[in-house]
Design a protein around this ligand. Structure first.
Ligand code: COA
Length: 186
């Protein structure tokens, strides 16, 4: 089974914002509306899923959106923030998850994903809210992005299939990491 690492960020004091984007890249926060997604050419299975869950109020709260980094010509990197729903039973009502972090292959290794997630965390942090970041253990670049920003490893686990399919399954933490002091500080 593909092991999933569950990273969390609760305390502001743990957050290590990344360097500013420089003059070329501009961050834009986009709400999950079909018109906005279509105008940015960001209609995908994932974005349609976020739009549908947001619109039908299946998410645990209403804070959902997409952060893009663009130079006005290309979107080089993007990442979503979305609340929990039935697939993420470990998330509290107010929590968010950073999802679908992506940098175009031509622009990787320049700190864009870290800068984008940093901007997203900055916008979405609230007292008592945990921002989750889930990644495969086999994805060192993604793990590095989470750790650069100060996300703490909270546990390891995987997806438990439901009705014979992983697509409807729930993410489970099977091995919890001991809580750090900063995590408890809130
Ligand atoms: C993961 C991904 C978003 C990273 O994007 P990026 O813009 O290159 O990320 P950054 O430049 O901010 O950071 C990447 C870090 O990983 C490091 N890295 C890259 N490949 C690595 C590898 N094979 N082993 C170890 N570290 C690696 C980079 O050196 C960099 O760290 P540094 O800043 O300390 O040098 C990008 O690789 C991607 O889109 N992958 C496909 C989609 C994906 O897997 N998304 C994550 C799902 S949770």
């Amino acid at each position: 089974m593909n092991e999933i690492l569950f990273y969390g960020l609760t305390s502001r004091s743990c957050f290590r914002p990344q360097r500013s984007l420089g003059v070329r890249w501009r961050a834009e926060f986009i709400l999950p509306r079909i018109s906005s997604l279509a105008s940015k050419r960001l209609v995908s299975k994932f974005s349609l899923g976020c739009w549908a869950l947001h619109t039908t109020k299946q998410f645990a709260n209403q804070d959902c959106g997409l952060l893009t980094l663009s130079d006005g010509r290309v979107i080089a990197s993007y990442c979503w923030a979305h609340p929990g729903f039935f697939r993420y039973p470990f998330m509290a009502t107010q929590d968010l998850q950073v999802g679908k972090v992506f940098t175009h292959p031509d622009y990787r290794g320049n700190g864009l994903a870290a800068a984008g997630v940093s901007e997203l965390v900055h916008r979405c942090t609230r007292p008592g809210r945990t921002i989750w970041y889930l990644t495969s253990k086999e994805n060192p670049a993604s793990i590095r992005v989470a750790e650069k920003l100060g996300f703490e490893l909270r546990g390891r686990g995987g997806i438990r299939a439901r009705w014979g399919t992983q697509a409807l399954g729930g993410y489970e933490i099977n091995i919890a990491e001991p809580p750090s002091r900063s995590h408890l500080a809130g």
